[in-house]
Design a protein around this ligand. Sequence first.
Ligand code: AMP
Ligand code: ZN
Length: 462
Amino acid sequence: MLRIYDTKSRGLAAISAKSPVKIYACGPTVYRDVHLGNLRSFLLPDLIRTALASASIECVVVQNITDVGHMVDDTGLEAVDPGQDKMLQQAAIENVTALDIARKYEAQYFADLTALNVHLPDQTPHASETIDQMVEVIAKLIELGFAYQGDDGSVFFSAEKFSSYGAISGNTLDQLKPGHRFDGEVNAAKRFHGDWALWKVSDERRTQLTWETPWGVGFPGWHIECTAMSLNAFGNHFDIHTGGIDLRFPHHENERAQSNSLTGTEVVGSWVHAEHLLFEGRKMSKSTNNVVLLRDVMAANISPAAVRLVFLENHFRQQLNLTWDTLVAAEQTIRRWSDQIELAKDVDSELKVEMSSHLLNNLNTADAVLALRAKEKSLAKSPSARANAIATAADLLKLDLTTAPLELSDEIKNLVTQRSDARAEKNWALSDQLRDELTKLGYEVSDANSGTQLRRAILPPT
Ligand code: AMP
Ligand code: ZN
């Protein structure tokens, strides 16, 4: 059984072994590269899958791809002008179609997940391909009296009709005063300032990403997309809904209001949110110009496995202040472990059980990694048992410790051979001198069980 913190009940929820566990993860809006902060949140369903797998519990992960309807102002409180659709804005910047943008950044997203050794979602519905289902659920919400067509033709959800609004975030409707965030500017087509658009009518200036509906030509609101896609995938109930902490409100609050109103039942079992990533002390976000991509990290010769390790070493419910120093230290650990695993022969069952119990306890990945570190220390004098422990933990936590072979010039190969010979002859002075030479040429030299191991030197930006 997995115990995991549910934002709505503000306590630990028990996810029992009724296989497979159904998980819906809010996915990326594919208009730009995801940064390390986004990736921390997108790792969450994979951590849940890892924890469940350690107890042989299966799960199905559905993650949506948002390729329409996410506006520049994504609070959903609908100021008069929520700005442009993020997809269309980026299409204009890159002078290509919105579809080109979607394909390009979606491919990059999956490449990043793969590099981080994330088990890809079992289904990845696209918002733009789920419009029929959205139209269906919007029509039903109107029929049930939860939604109405405003004066401009757009369809809005009537927030006051959903009595438990605010249960996830604590932002109840009486706290959502107009002007709270928008200085009193409220879209005149709405009846109540807390209402939000399910379908937005568009004008002739919007030439892409529009669909014909009973309410006119337009496009969906961001929140209804996740209602339609999650209900479509799972029916009226699923176990876990994930996202970054900022999605609690209004995105998840609105999704819950829509989904529960439609089905007359509590659709989501547990709401699980990942805390934010800071970088060098500031929140990582595009708007504050504080963005690091996975490929920036890899350019410093730091592996995706090191990034995964840092994420694991910090509990998902705690803010993580990442720094280049932390990343460098994690890469050094990954290299140290990777130098040792060749000797591994058996599974360290004791460590596996201990780590699994940490994972099943609210995804306590930090203690799981500490268990490995403690074991590594206690086995300082037993290289093969230590290797077993490292390989067992790496397998459980999906840390890729394999080292990709480097393309080496003849000059470098020659230096490596000379150094191996020097070591065989116990000529330590010469061996050290050759190591210094290799270091100057941009390589880090370590001595694995199989001999000299060469890697590119870690080069964080200065
Ligand atoms: P966005 O594309 O801004 O909607 O973000 C995609 C996902 O990344 C959402 O789940 C956000 O909550 C999450 N996210 C955005 N910024 C950060 C951050 N600095 N740290 C962790 N998660 C983030
Ligand atoms: Zn969502």
